[in-house]
Design a protein around this ligand. Structure first.
Ligand code: ZN
Length: 601
């Protein structure tokens, strides 16, 4: 990229090929754009094209600015097919100030910009500069400041929809000036108009929160875009526009640096302890549900984990005593993510019956897998609502099809993000999981979704039949990182039947441990075709709104000894018939997604 630009006589020609050659010689990268035909219509052929004469010719420039070329052969070829084509160049290392109306002209005139080369447009001017302004592209009233390799600007001899032809203005200078700092003043102008329009002050980050908020913002950006340059540009905008008093540039950079695990310094990693005042352990329910961390509740499908979560939600939201205890929860707000059931018909009945106070409850309205973007929204909502208890039912359902729950690193990353959210808000996050049917392993290793789940959690609870009385259920504490394990609690199911929702009622402690509670029952009474049930649960968890090959699902099921392909086929037919899963594509390209009946409620 050259650091100068001069308008030559060739660039003033009306012959697009001649002009294009001159632009390429000057170092520009070009995109050919649909032109305007003799009848005044866009050459793309679309009636009333909304971007007439302004959108790239898809056939040769399919990715817009990213398809920009310096290849004269491609230009010539395109012009042969599209003789009316317009011309545009990307703005890598260059900036165009697009003045488009009287207010913009007034604002720009007031800046007394340096003399530079200009293009006359239909409604105003394009001032062309070399270089990139601090903070990049922005908009003000009647002015667009455009820059960067993924933006482009129309160049002469392009023709506007109105028939007006863009042209380089004759003036005392033929050379583009360096982008002036004074442009930034237009930005503040925008702030004023935005504020006025919305009728409320801009959200200023106060001095005391500045480092913290900026650091978290940098981390959030980095999670999506791991590009130092973009992070720096975005952070500069956040710093200059959202802070009551912006952080000095050098400090901003060092803060961005510390948001990156790759730019850690030795001192970031090793040294004497900085925090010397221990924080007390905090519990929502001692010792079962720690705050600032994750708890896993695992059990066989069908054992009634939803009744248990209803009990937890009721206890927290209504400030009731914990089971068999005279202690109350240390907070009353909950956030629920429940994938499985219909809210109004099923979940709500259960919650109301259990005594949940809905005023203290927030939920995720629709089942959507927690992609990293949605995790960001989730984290944002947690920051805002500050729930004391978060229930994710089930973890594997919310991990979604983009992650493979049988791979420890993918599970680990997901769990790490959830843990981070628990740590930053003080919530107790409870994830539900299913157990697979292998009887030989420790219950911790039977959690569907690999040991990755078990490794990241602070507490693990197992829910299963009471070994001494299979009509009752037991909650056993299988793992606790910071305390003694709690005692096993036995519950009775009361109520239920045609019109009623059953409830769990705690009755006594038991000496049975989680091994006893999770013992795989052979030929268990009253559990017909539990393989089919486990297969159904697995299919619904494994699929998401991202199309998945059935073969992948079969392999994953086989790897966890959940179900045979034959059973999976039967379950697939039933679920498809009920609209809970759907086939997309056919033959070799057939893929499966969760159906409408399963994703919307
Ligand atoms: Zn068009």
């Amino acid at each position: 990229m050259r650091h100068s630009f001069r308008v030559t006589n060739a660039m003033r020609s009306y012959d697009t090929l001649v002009v294009a050659r001159a632009y390429l010689k000057a170092g520009l990268k070009l995109i050919l754009i649909h032109g305007i035909d003799d009848a005044g219509r866009c050459t793309c052929g679309q009636k009333d094209c909304p971007h007439a004469g302004k959108h790239p010719i898809g056939e040769y420039f399919p990715n817009g600015a990213n398809s920009a070329t310096s290849d004269i052969v491609l230009i010539r070829k395109t012009l042969r097919r599209h003789p009316k084509a317009n011309t545009a160049a990307t703005l890598k290392g260059r900036t165009v100030v697009d003045v488009d109306g009287p207010k913009g002209k007034q604002a720009v005139d007031a800046l007394k910009l340096p003399k530079t080369v200009k293009v006359k447009t239909k409604r105003g001017y394009h001032h062309h500069f070399i270089g990139t302004p601090e903070g990049g592209t922005f908009k003000a009233e009647d002015v667009d400041v455009l820059t960067g390799s993924n933006r482009y600007a129309m160049l002469p001899p392009s023709v506007h929809e109105s028939g007006f032809r863009y042209r380089w203005l004759r003036s005392r200078t033929n050379t583009a000036a360096l982008v002036p700092d004074t442009l930034q003043r237009l930005r503040t102008g925008v702030d004023a108009t935005v504020t006025a329009k919305r009728g409320r002050p801009t959200h200023a980050i106060k001095l005391g929160q500045r480092n913290d908020v900026l650091f978290r913002t940098a981390c959030a950006i980095r999670r999506r875009i791991d590009d130092e340059r973009i992070i720096l540009e975005m952070m500069k905008i956040a710093n200059s526009r959202a802070c009551q008093e912006p952080l000095p540039d050098r400090e901003l950079r060092s803060l961005i640096g510390s948001s990156s695990r790759y730019s850690e310094t030795r001192e970031d990693l090793f040294g004497p302890p900085i925090q010397r005042d221990p924080l007390p352990m905090e519990w929502l329910w001692y010792p079962y549900l720690p705050r600032y961390g994750m708890t896993l509740i695992a059990g066989d499908p069908g054992i009634g984990k939803s009744l248990l979560t209803s009990l937890l939600l009721a206890t927290v939201t209504s400030d009731l005593n914990w089971p068999l205890s005279d202690e109350k929860p240390s907070g009353n707000r909950v956030l629920v993510l429940a994938a499985e059931d219909n809210w109004q018909r099923v979940v709500l009945n259960r919650l109301i019956k259990a005594g949940v106070k809905l005023d203290n409850l927030h939920q995720m309205y629709k089942f959507r897998a927690l992609t990293n973007e949605r995790l960001e929204l989730f984290a944002e909502h947690m920051e805002e609502w500050r729930p004391d208890l978060v229930v994710v039912d089930t973890l594997s359902a919310y991990m979604g099809g983009g992650r493979d729950m049988h791979r420890q690193n993918e599970v680990g990353e997901f769990m790490a993000l959830l843990t981070e959210m628990a740590e930053s808000t003080g919530s107790a996050i409870v994830g539900l999981a299913h157990l697979n049917k292998t009887s030989t392993e420790s219950p911790l290793y039977r959690i569907v979704g690999s040991i990755g789940f078990a490794a990241s959690i602070r507490s693990a609870l197992f829910f299963g039949p009471d070994p001494n009385d299979p009509t009752r259920v037991a909650l056993a504490h299988g793992k606790s990182n910071q305390s003694e394990k709690g005692r096993t609690i036995i519950f009775e199911k009361v109520g239920g039947g045609r019109e009623d929702v059953p409830l769990l009622k705690p009755v006594e402690f038991s000496d049975a441990d989680h091994f006893d509670v999770c013992r795989v029952q052979k030929n268990a009474v009253g559990r017909p075709s539990s393989e089919a049930q486990a297969a159904e649960t697995f299919v619904l968890e494994f699929l998401s709104d991202e199309p998945t090959a059935w073969k992948a699902l079969e392999l994953a099921a086989a790897a966890r000894s959940i179900s045979s392909p034959a059973t999976l086929n039967i379950v697939r037919a039933e679920l498809a018939k009920a609209g809970r899963i759907e086939q997309v594509g056919s033959g070799k390209n057939a893929r499966w997604v969760l159906g409408e009946a399963n994703t919307e409620n």
